[in-house]
Design a protein. Sequence first.
Lengths: 342, 332, 144
Amino acid sequence: MRKCSLDKLNLIFAEIAKDAALYLPADQTDGSAAYKKWEEGTALSDALNTVRSPKDFFFPQTEDLMKFKTQGKNIDIIDIRTALEDFVIFGVRACDVKSFDILDRVFLTEPVDSFYASRRSHGIIVSMACTRPSETCFCKTFSIDPANPAGDVSAWKSETEIFFEANTQKGEDFLNKISSLTEECDDTLVATQKEAINKIMDKLPLKNLDTSAFGGGKTNELFDSPAWAELSQSCLGCGTCTFVCPTCQCYDIKDFNTGNEVIRFRCWDSCMYSDFTKMAHGNNRLTQKERFRQRFMHKLVYYPENNDGLFSCVGCGRCLAKCPISMNIVKVMKKIGGNKSE
Amino acid sequence: MQKITREQLIEKASALLSNSTVSCVLGWGMGEFDYDVTPTTFNSVEELEKGFVFSDFCGANFSKYLVKKAAACEGKILVFLKPCDTYSFNQLLTEHRFDREKVYVVGIPCEGMADINKVKAICGEGILSIGSKGDKMTVTTLYDDEPVSIDAKEVLAERCLNCKSKKHVAFDELLGDEGDVIESNRFDEVARLEAMTPDERFAFWQNELSRCIRCNACRDACPACTCEKCVFDNPNSGVENKSPANSFEEKLFHIIRAYHVAGRCTDCGECSRVCPQNIPLHLLNRKFIKDINEFYGEYQAGAEEGQRAPLVDYTTEDLEPGEVFDRRDSDA
Amino acid sequence: MQVNEYKPLIVAFCCNWCSYAGADLAGNNRLAYPADVKIIRVPCSCRVNPMFILRAFQRGADGVIICGCHPGDCHYTSGNYYTRRRMAALFSMLDFLGIERERTRVEWVSAAEGAKFAATMNDFVEKVTALGENKRLEDLRCKK
């Protein structure tokens, strides 16, 4: 384990930014935090988390895939992929680091998504332990430990110092680069911090969420639950939950005619939208109840069914904080899961 | 801080359910925390007792829900409307969006609703409970040993700080007074922006709109946006890009969204309340309202049922589009 | 000889019953106005929806002008009165967002006013040329 004083954090950022683009959560003018590219003067935010999740780095909200040019009957297909350079995402929380695993299982299994794969291989993740979790946090439900975040390098921040530990070869290389600015240390201070975090985790209001009602194979049991109608009755059908979610991975592929050429791009899509997976015959989910059910069944049943029981939620709490009508996965889990145990 | 209590509302709703005036109640459903209430339909007194809440966080405008819920409810639906909600209610009635006969409106007084983001800005994350007594709120958090006492005024939602009216413009029954239209400074921020140079204004909006994630929450929560099929949901419209590919699309979406409700927007502030990125979208709507007031005379959408919206009306003496700026420049 | 002289692209929405014929008259009378004014014929100036204007900018226009019948002379009695209100509100909003106000204009040009049509276009092109390229409402994807 290596450490350095927080005064020197800016020097570390400068050192990293020499060979790789460095992104970190920074405060925005509205008071929330967002990942920003570091430049001299950018300060690491103290916010618990960013409004948008860091999935943007690997799976951006819009991404051009290719271009077409037509001339007479010829169509030229232009490959616009360019060689990526390494980049560093600094200060990723444990929940968000876990979300990358969930996305990997979608994008990196055959057929591999080359756009995602290339970004993923160039990204170095420096995670950061959470010292002040929010009441909306429920990562423990999904066996995520905010005191021990994964990633290439894990970091812990105290009032005065920052501690680093490498978890992968990439992480080792990363720490070597900044070795002149850090010094070797033991893990006593970090161990104390971990203990403090665990104490807080035990006090969180959502610590005892029960997932036993969900998982692979529960489709028939849960699909026709009368609770879906009740839970979804006030859903506005906006895409806030899906767009702030670190694990939502649905996208649409569209063509944009610029007048000179056609750009084929993909953009995030939301199962909450009326035109989601629209086909020639129309939409296969006619009401908001079905769209709403799809989102939660996907996270809690369909995804685990196909991925060894892994739920596609990391308990980051973004949807709890951002839903305009305060309907969210926790309420769904309590209502649907709770009914069963009653 | 609210003058009216949960118990009074439950009592009223129970009475109306029991004497069969209404068959269901649109109210606020209890959440996980003290601030995350969800609009919910209650069908019985038991359901009300179990899940109905009323607090400083019951800001959602119920009027739009009536479009769907009034039709879905077998008999009449009881809805509790705050003064600002009644303007949207009238506007929707004017546009024939629901059947007035299916709705029973109980007007309730409102002392202004709180913004949880403002509470968190003061008390930090980890809020366990929020109590309210008089002008004070008591917040207990994970990280403070003692409950924190805050001034309720300090955490008022932006739209409530600039409340335009405490008057109920539509109701079947009132709990409390009818209330009055009040003086507000709601156009001050618009005027501040107007006084900037175009470059400053452009930079301001570029910064604000760059945060947009195109979740459409502003549109979906807006009581004036009730098109069956929105142009932004129509794959054949050419503008149905689900996410903003660049800053042009951010501007396109927000200009058109605000324009489509211009003259019909009652300034209820739902757009800004629901924005996950805290974009001050109400300023776009207020700009239209301010302009309409200045160009065509004072107009408050929803003040009366059946009003003709200014942008679907005209006089032969109207201002020319080019004179818009001459007028403002001469004022300055 | 000037190289790469900047010539703005202007989109002119012209009412079929007046300014479109006015443009014709300007042509018949050999009155000069820049060829970079692209005319789109609309059945009435009030057919122009704000989306048309924004999309014209998106597709590379540097200025957008709407020409309709003089107030009181609308072929459909009142269309141009609606145009007048709508565009006043829209232009004011564009200005509010910091977009140059000289890039948008409404003019009333009758079928008999060929000279006014040419003069209006010349003046508008001059003003937009002074502003330069449309940067604030551009869509980079559509740039050549």
